[in-house]
Design a protein around this ligand. Structure first.
Ligand SMILES: Cc1cc2nc3c(=O)[nH]c(=O)nc-3n(C[C@H](O)[C@H](O)[C@H](O)COP(=O)(O)OP(=O)(O)OC[C@H]3O[C@@H](n4cnc5c(N)ncnc54)[C@H](O)[C@@H]3O)c2cc1C
Length: 351
């Protein structure tokens, strides 16, 4: 079998990259082991234009956000999935200090945030001791329908090999790669945290970050917004909410912990008025990077090997944005965004 590209992984990165390759007329094969508990399967799917305790604008968000909307609408219509919707965030201030920080930020820039003056607005559902603001627009990506629907499309088109990719079987020649009887011009790794141990890319400054999540049932809660008070309360399915997540740099296991469950339930008890029942508790490791910028491009000494990874906490917005950029780079040698291009690590990668 010969294809233009082998793609390893069908998380949000492998999904958008293979979709863009197909639109550009390339042939490809995606190899994915369908492992549960990967970042894209555990993620909420939130695209939030502001971030952190100082509520600053997310990197490149003015460009990325409208682009992501367009991409999800297009892929959703092809797959007949409602892939994205606007769900603004009601941001309850967890402390008086956070209220002050929010007000200070609002005085500087009102593009994505507003302050709400009606303290009773959500009082049937939530306790709001220090008031709240609204972040708008925010989007919610329907990952839990989009990814399986795209996988089915890959299967139907004979573009998916559902197995564990075994790096020891990969042969790299000057301008082709071979893997178990498959020949391709290039191979691109979209394999999330597996890339941390890939001999070609292990020198990149990855910074694994663990997140834990509860899926809970609560009756008659509003579903037209995402609610936040340190943690996010995200409408998921009928009477089911995604609650999370933690953000841990230091962890000894990638499994869910009793500590997170207890801490989160204690927050919910104070904050959410409806009774809450835990249905599921999951965890995944984010393929994050030390300087919080993606890793995109081709190996400086082995140009047949590429990577599309390092999306950290922002895979839902960055993957659809950078996938067409990488394909244009392949087609027309157009430059990649310098902060994302792995050429910035040329020296360490060439060792
Ligand atoms: C708790 C949590 C909440 C999050 N919430 C959000 C959010 O709201 N918004 C947002 O934008 N981002 C969020 N993120 C971050 C987001 O999930 C990641 O940025 C994104 O999913 C990374 O996608 P990926 O395709 O690079 O990796 P992955 O999703 O890990 O995909 C890699 C794929 O490769 C496959 N694979 C790996 N190794 C092999 C192998 N050897 N052989 C075959 N297949 C292999 C895996 O099975 C997987 O399918 C969250 C992450 C976590 C953990």
């Amino acid at each position: 079998m010969h294809v233009d590209f082998i793609i390893i992984g069908q998380g949000i990165c492998g999904t958008f990259l293979s979709w863009e390759l197909q639109k550009a007329g390339y042939s490809f094969l995606v190899i994915d082991n369908n492992r549960p508990g990967t970042a894209s399967k555990v993620a909420a799917g939130i695209i939030n234009p502001v971030t952190g305790r100082r509520i600053v604008k997310t990197w490149m968000i003015d460009e990325v956000m409208p682009f992501a909307w367009h991409q999800y609408t297009e892929i959703g219509s092809q797959l007949q999935v409602n892939a994205i919707e606007q769900k603004d965030i009601i941001d309850f201030f967890p402390t008086p200090q956070m209220k002050l920080a929010y007000e200070k930020r609002y005085a500087e820039d009102t593009q994505y945030i507003s302050i709400n003056n009606d303290p009773a607005a959500w009082s049937n559902y939530f306790n709001a001791d220090f008031g709240f603001g609204t972040i708008s627009p925010c989007y919610l990506v329907n990952l839990h329908e989009l990814l399986p629907a795209y996988r089915q499309l890959l299967k139907t088109g004979n573009n998916l090999l559902e197995e564990n990719f075994d790096l020891s079987q990969l042969q790299i020649l000057a301008d082709t790669v071979h893997y178990k009887g498959i020949t391709a011009q290039r191979i691109i790794f979209c394999d999330g945290i597996t890339s941390f141990n890939n001999p070609w890319f292990a020198n990149l400054p990855f910074a694994p970050n663990k997140g834990e999540v509860l899926l809970v049932e609560a009756k008659d809660m509003p579903t037209d917004h995402i609610f936040k008070k340190g943690i996010n309360w995200v409408p998921w399915q009928d009477n089911i909410f995604w609650v999370g997540s933690s953000y841990e740099w230091d962890f000894t296991s990638d499994h869910p912990t009793e500590q997170f469950r207890e801490k989160t339930l204690a927050i919910l008890k104070q904050w959410v008025k409806a009774p809450v029942r835990v249905l599921e508790h999951t965890a995944a490791v984010r393929p994050a990077t030390i300087e919080r910028r993606p890793f995109i491009g081709f190996h400086p000494t082995q140009p047949a090997i590429g990577i599309f990874n390092g999306m950290g906490t922002k895979g839902c917005s960055l993957a659809p944005f950078f996938a067409p950029q990488l394909v244009q780079h392949l087609q027309h040698q157009s430059p990649l965004q310098p902060e994302a291009d792995i050429q910035r690590f040329k020296r360490v990668l060439s060792k």
